[in-house]
Design a protein around this ligand. Structure first.
Ligand code: AMP
Length: 419
């Protein structure tokens, strides 16, 4: 299959060739013709599948097919869960629109930075907006922007949007959009809340459910290494010494852990940096740029900060702390193995997290062999790991004793309070 068979115009084919893409990814083959026909789309797509270009290319073409208006009329609204994804998506679209016969204006709107420059940027109108829901509503409330003229709406990483508590904001935004519009819905996973939102928004959508293995994404090698919780940093250092990994993204549960572990690695002579939600936008951009430029080898990050970041050639993702949910697991490991490159996702499993990892495996119909590394074999058992409270008891090693739903909720709450 080639891009020229998908109904794309010469201007868009030119943009694709300038961007250096030669073959469309499976999601692009499936989505582009549907979007050009004006249909709604419901697509199961991971990051790394080429989904941004899958919606950006046909939407650019639809905009270019209609005459220009003065002032510019907002045509396309793309909602994303994080500021990093907003910036990245806007940047990708700007690159694709560079060779466009008519200059298009694309704005990235996200919180955590002053609202004034974004208000200034919207003066004179804009063609495409990529926004996080909260900041978009703030700008609408300030009369800096109207979304009443939007003809295509994209929800990107819909599962993440809901996971981050944006359901109310999305409801408000939907109410402000024109009834007649095209809706494109992309999500890596489809828990019930995502299904419900899709059902509410979409009209007879083209369903694009591409099984993970066909996603132009070589299988990410998933490994689970057993290690005592107290020896994880030592093991991480050992693995960094033993393997020629280049960049490594290490996920931890809390901001404190991110700082603490980055500091420990730094003291051991490893180029490491922390990355979490408390950083200013400027500091985040700087750390990411250093990571991309290989000035930082190990980025120790929380979920909040690392969501949606697109770093080419990220060979290894390591779960130092396990993610809270199976959805988070998918998003974390999706940071590696992007755009046709292979990747490794390693999870550290200790006695008290074995049961939680089994739940993640069960959700994904997955079973990772448990590995042990010589010199780091665990000695702590599930029973001895649970010294703090009876609810910490992992069910991993205890036959017949399963955690109740209440226990799991309590654990989640305890984890929340340390974040
Ligand atoms: P995405 O899934 O949109 O985050 O895209 C992941 C990466 O794949 C980005 O760096 C894109 O530039 C790249 N990409 C998208 N489409 C193609 C394509 N057809 N060929 C090669 N790379 C692509």
């Amino acid at each position: 299959m080639s891009f020229s068979n998908l109904g794309l115009s010469p201007a868009i084919l030119q943009a694709i060739s300038t961007r250096g893409y030669t073959t469309p990814t499976p999601i692009q083959v499936a989505a582009i013709p549907e979007i050009l026909r004006g249909n709604d789309v419901l697509a199961a797509a991971q990051t790394g599948s080429g989904k941004t270009a899958a919606f950006a290319l046909p939407l650019l073409q639809l905009i270019l097919e209609t005459p220009t208006e003065k002032p510019r009329r907002l045509r396309t609204l793309i909602l994303v869960p994080t500021r990093e994804l907003a910036q990245q998506t806007a940047e990708s679209i700007r690159t694709l629109a560079q060779t466009s016969p008519q200059p298009l204006k694309i704005a990235a709107l996200f919180g955590g930075v002053s609202i004034n420059p974004q208000m200034m940027d919207l003066r004179g109108g804009v063609d495409i907006v990529v926004a996080t829901p909260g900041r978009l509503l703030d700008l609408i409330d300030h009369n800096a922007l109207s979304i009443a003229t939007v003809s295509s709406l994209v929800l990107d990483e819909a599962d993440r949007l809901l996971d981050m508590g944006f359901a109310d904001e999305i409801g408000r935004i939907l109410a402000l959009l024109p009834k007649q519009r095209q809706n494109l819905f992309f999500s890596a996973t489809f828990p019930p809340a995502v299904h419900a939102l899709a059902a509410k928004m979409l009209h007879q959508p083209a369903r694009i459910a591409i099984p993970a293995l066909e996603q132009n994404q070589p299988a990410i090698q998933q490994r689970a290494i057993q290690v005592d919780a107290g020896r994880r940093t030592q093991l991480l250092r050992h693995l960094l010494r033993e393997n020629n990994w280049g960049r490594v993204l290490v996920f931890v549960a809390t901001k404190y852990a991110a700082e603490h572990i980055a500091e420990k690695l730094h003291r051991a002579g490893i180029k490491a940096a922390a990355f979490h939600g408390e950083f200013s936008q400027g500091a985040r951009d700087e750390v990411l740029a250093d990571f991309k430029a290989s000035k930082v080898q190990v980025l120790v990050a929380t979920d909040v900060a690392a969501r949606g970041i697109d770093i080419a050639q990220l060979p290894v993702v390591l779960n130092y702390d396990l993610p809270r949910s199976a959805v988070d697991y998918t998003h974390r490991i999706g940071r590696t193995g992007r755009a046709g490159k292979s990747g490794i996702a390693i999870s550290f499993i200790s006695a008290d997290t074995e049961a939680h990892f089994r739940l993640i495996e069960k959700r994904h119909h997955l079973r990772c062999e448990r590995e042990q590394i010589a010199g780091f074999e665990p000695v702590v058992t599930a029973v001895s790991a649970s010294t703090e409270s009876p609810t910490d008891t992992a069910n991993g090693g205890i036959k017949g004793k399963r955690k109740s739903k209440k226990d799991k909720l309590r654990e989640a709450a305890a984890r929340d309070s340390t974040d």
